[in-house]
Ligand binder design. Structure first.
Ligand code: DGL
Length: 263
């Protein structure tokens, strides 16, 4: 199984891309709704629960781990990779940073995410490693997550909030914008409208799914360990709020979930 975890429902946007590019593999998903949000928590907290969740997924026979949460990818991917050396661990930063660094023509890249993701500078550093001349502009868009969770993925309120957070980036003349948070792809239509046609939007979930497909092709031993065709498993540590809406937006149907807090 492919083990995927997030702080809550947002990671379903990552599952959506994995289903698109790798539809045959069974996944097990854990959303830590009991401790959500991760975006405003400290690094230590995020590292601690990311390790607990990874252990739990491995106990349930996950053979590969995907950190769908950008905040957890930012704060915890290094510690997880050190702790679980034998398991392939994928995070949201590497693939998205690579795509952004390649796509930009004028070298001006915007990165938006939770306060934790932006504070960690993980994305920024990754892009600069690939393209040291890039100019990076970041913004923590704290209201985007609650907007999406309340179902406001379009409309006047959403447009206003997007304008408030993204105007400074637009003013810098960026030509590439990275949606470095699980929820933001659900705002992509309005974000695109606001930023205009000249700005490339990078959805790291899609970048990751493509990278994973390539990885499986070049690592058949690992690929062979994954289960195919069996039912997917979705676990949440507490009732996910507005799951119906998010699930409909991602999959066009409501998924069946189990509620279990193992911690
Ligand atoms: N999943 C988080 C992320 O991608 C957003 C929600 C939260 O703050 O927990 O950073």
């Amino acid at each position: 199984m492919i083990g995927i975890f997030d702080s809550g429902v947002g990671g379903l946007t990552v599952v959506k891309e994995i289903f698109k590019y790798l539809p045959e593999y069974q996944i097990i998903y854990f959303g830590d709704t009991a401790r959500l949000p991760y975006g405003t928590k400290g690094a230590g907290f995020v590292q601690k629960y990311s390790a607990k969740i990874t252990n739990w997924l491995l106990d349930r026979k996950a053979k590969i781990i995907i950190i769908a949460c950008h905040t957890a990818s930012s704060w915890a991917s290094v510690s997880l990779k050190n702790k679980f050396k034998k398991i392939p661990i994928f995070e949201m930063i590497s693939a998205g940073a690579k795509d952004a660094a390649v796509l930009t023509k004028n070298g001006k890249i915007g990165i938006i995410g939770t306060p934790g993701t932006i504070k960690s500078r993980a994305f920024e550093n990754k892009v600069l490693k690939i393209n040291p001349d890039a100019k990076i502009y970041t913004a923590a868009c704290s209201l985007f997550v609650p907007l999406v969770e309340m179902g406001f993925v379009e409309g006047d309120v959403t447009k206003k909030v997007i304008e408030e957070y993204l105007s400074p980036l637009k003013g810098k003349g960026i030509d590439t914008l990275v949606l470095a948070c699980t929820h933001y792809p659900l705002l992509e239509k309005e974000i695109k409208n606001f930023m205009g046609v000249g700005v490339n939007i990078v959805n790291p979930a899609e970048s990751l799914a493509k990278d994973l497909k390539n990885y499986f092709e070049s690592n058949p031993k690992i690929e062979k360990q994954l289960k195919r065709g069996a039912a997917h498993q979705f676990y949440f540590s507490d009732e996910p709020y507005n799951l119906e809406k998010i699930s409909q937006l991602c999959f066009g149907k409501i998924i069946k979930v189990k509620i279990k807090d193992p911690f």
